[in-house]
Design a protein around this ligand. Structure first.
Ligand SMILES: *[C@@H]1O[C@H](CO)[C@@H](O)[C@H](O)[C@H]1NC(C)=O
Ligand SMILES: *[C@@H]1O[C@H](CO)[C@@H](O)[C@H](O)[C@H]1NC(C)=O
Ligand SMILES: *[C@@H]1O[C@H](CO)[C@@H](O)[C@H](O)[C@H]1NC(C)=O
Ligand SMILES: *[C@@H]1O[C@H](CO)[C@@H](O)[C@H](O)[C@H]1NC(C)=O
Ligand SMILES: *[C@@H]1O[C@H](CO)[C@@H](O)[C@H](O)[C@H]1NC(C)=O
Ligand SMILES: *[C@@H]1O[C@H](CO)[C@@H](O)[C@H](O)[C@H]1NC(C)=O
Ligand SMILES: *[C@@H]1O[C@H](CO)[C@@H](O)[C@H](O)[C@H]1NC(C)=O
Ligand SMILES: *[C@@H]1O[C@H](CO)[C@@H](O)[C@H](O)[C@H]1NC(C)=O
Ligand SMILES: *[C@@H]1O[C@H](CO)[C@@H](O)[C@H](O)[C@H]1NC(C)=O
Ligand SMILES: *[C@@H]1O[C@H](CO)[C@@H](O)[C@H](O)[C@H]1NC(C)=O
Length: 460
């Protein structure tokens, strides 16, 4: 292979001249906050670059898809709560509001070509974090909780019993690639949204839907008795053949949702067994022989083939497991230890530079378990979000009650353990392609098609 130093991006040649590795002391809350602040600063710098190039509020530039912006704002909402650094408060609130769509439900018209159920729920989970954390809202006529409930209600109405005995399809619009795929990121996000809404509102309808989504994932063979969570299955084959690829963030959604259900049901044996099973199975994502205990993305990281989207997944996973320790305190020893080892490794793979450059003045490599501390061929938003997730996750116990399992909104949604009742939705499949006709462009692939392609390429 031909390689020339002239092909290195400008930013990296600059880093080669004046790079400083980041040092993190995981037993000091101040050190953790300092590192989180540096990483958050890099994320906002990347964002400011997009808006200064006339990008609309809330979005990052190519190659970052809409969903990843939603994940970024969720991380930043948590950042503000975990560190008490409020300097980005207005900007975060504006981003979440600007993208909410005309009906307050993240059916954002500009995004029709890439708007799958999992993209929509990524944003709906971000506004739910904002509601749970009592995040300042610049537009009180559009409440954070209301937006998340609107997302939930739309998705519950899309529950599709015409194939596979139920489940949500990956895509919303028939014209997007992946409409015939039922995937665990979509159904896992829905499960998590339902579980957290149940916890936050005390409304039993959500708890029933959470159970239903969990049950379906099992019955479709996408969640096994030994806690493998597979990517998805083809609805045209009634989900009879499974795409066995596994991702950290999807696994994290099921783990966190189960922890919330455990808490909500007052430590029911069923949910306790599930939480224990997931926690035990986290080893799968931290078992590189050279670096046990350091989180990695087994489906693509060892082969260095993670795409732009996949580079963020460890950040979503980290947020999930850190918050799960609040809902299910018995998981804290194991999960916090995984976060701590990973955070140290992540920080050692980040570098700051004083030199002005495009993009961020801090860059991170995603390969935390590899020895080299060079950021190498990396440095994007996904790497920053993954590093921020493991680092700030260490602070969940440090917020003096500002971050709790059911949110700090002082509402009446205390876990009662008596949630009963049945789902109110009538679960008719609906909301199919009424969007922009004639757009047959390939829908971007958050997980499913990427997994299929990776499978074909023999990555696994
Ligand atoms: C949608 O796109 C238009 C045209 O680029 C832009 O003016 C508008 O701000 C965008 N809206 C959102 C919510 O991103
Ligand atoms: C809640 O969402 C609905 C749209 O479904 C909207 O009409 C209403 O104004 C919103 N209310 C609040 C308080 O946010
Ligand atoms: C499809 O799968 C569901 C759930 O496993 C099953 O109930 C249904 O009978 C299957 N349909 C067909 C046509 O095989
Ligand atoms: C519970 O949530 C469901 C679904 O959003 C809603 O239809 C219902 O009105 C809620 N019940 C109460 C008592 O708020
Ligand atoms: C989910 O499955 C459990 C155990 O198999 C069952 O008790 C429960 O009723 C199911 N819940 C829903 C909402 O389908
Ligand atoms: C924990 O996971 C290991 C393999 O990863 C498995 O052999 C063991 O049975 C699991 N234990 C529990 C309690 O699930
Ligand atoms: C539920 O969460 C709260 C808040 O973190 C915690 O104090 C409580 O112990 C949890 N309940 C159970 C059964 O673990
Ligand atoms: C990136 O930085 C270079 C050198 O400072 C500058 O010429 C170029 O216009 C910048 N590109 C963008 C997209 O800002
Ligand atoms: C908790 O919230 C209070 C009130 O907003 C704030 O003064 C304090 O700094 C927060 N503490 C942490 C650790 O975030
Ligand atoms: C919740 O209520 C307590 C007692 O009334 C109050 O001190 C606290 O500031 C409230 N928290 C929020 C986030 O509103």
């Amino acid at each position: 292979m031909h390689f020339s130093t002239q092909s290195l991006p400008l930013a990296f040649s600059a880093f080669a001249l004046s790079a400083n590795a980041i040092s993190l002391s995981t037993d000091s809350a101040d050190s953790i906050k300092d590192v989180a602040k540096t990483l958050a600063g890099g994320i906002i710098q990347t964002y400011n670059e997009a808006t200064s190039n006339n990008g609309p509020p809330g979005l990052f530039s190519k190659p970052y898809y809409w969903w990843e912006a939603g994940a970024a704002w969720d991380a930043m909402v948590q950042y503000q709560t975990l560190t008490a650094d409020k300097q980005y408060s207005d900007l975060i609130g504006q981003a979440l509001q600007f993208q909410r769509g005309p009906n307050d439900d993240y059916m954002t018209p500009n995004q029709t070509k890439s708007l799958g159920n999992d993209d929509q729920s990524t944003w709906g989970l971000a506004t739910l974090s904002a509601a749970e954390m009592n995040f300042p809202n610049p537009n009180p006529s559009s409440q954070w909780l209301n937006i998340s409930i609107n997302v939930f209600n739309l998705q519950a109405a899309r529950w599709d019993t015409s194939t596979c005995g139920g489940g949500l399809r990956w895509q919303i619009f028939t014209f997007n690639n992946g409409y015939n795929y039922k995937n665990t990121l979509t159904n896992g996000n829905f499960f998590l949204l339902a579980a957290r809404l149940a916890q936050f509102t005390g409304n039993a309808t959500y708890a029933t839907w959470a159970e239903k989504a969990y049950n379906w994932t099992q019955s479709a063979g996408l969640l096994t008795d030994d806690y493998h969570v597979y990517d998805g299955a083809d609805a045209t084959e009634n989900c009879s053949s499974t795409n066995h690829i596994e991702w950290t963030n999807v696994f994290g959604a099921y783990l966190y949702g189960s922890a919330v259900m455990y808490n909500l049901t007052n430590a029911s044996p069923l949910w306790k067994a599930r939480v224990s099973g997931f926690v035990n199975a986290t080893d799968r994502f931290a078992s590189q022989p050279s670096a046990p205990g350091i989180l990695n993305e087994p489906a693509c990281e060892p082969s260095a083939r993670c795409d732009t989207d996949q580079l963020e997944f460890k950040g979503g996973f980290a947020s999930s497991i850190s918050r799960a320790t609040l809902a299910a305190p018995f998981t804290a020893d194991k999960l916090m230890s995984l976060l701590e080892t990973s955070a140290k490794a992540a920080a050692a793979h980040c570098e700051t530079s004083n030199q002005a450059s495009n993009g961020s003045s801090v860059v991170c490599s995603d390969h935390w378990y590899k020895e080299s501390s060079s950021v190498g061929d990396s440095g994007g938003l996904g790497e920053l979000l993954s590093a921020l997730g493991v680092v700030q996750g260490l602070l969940v116990k440090e917020t003096n009650g500002n971050l709790t399992v059911g949110g700090n909104n002082n509402n009446t949604a205390t876990p009662s353990g008596t949630v009963t009742g049945s789902a109110s939705g009538t679960a008719a499949p609906s909301a199919t392609g009424t969007g922009v006709a004639g757009h047959l462009e390939v829908g971007w692939s958050l997980v499913g098609a990427v997994g299929l392609v990776a499978g074909l390429m023999g990555v696994l």
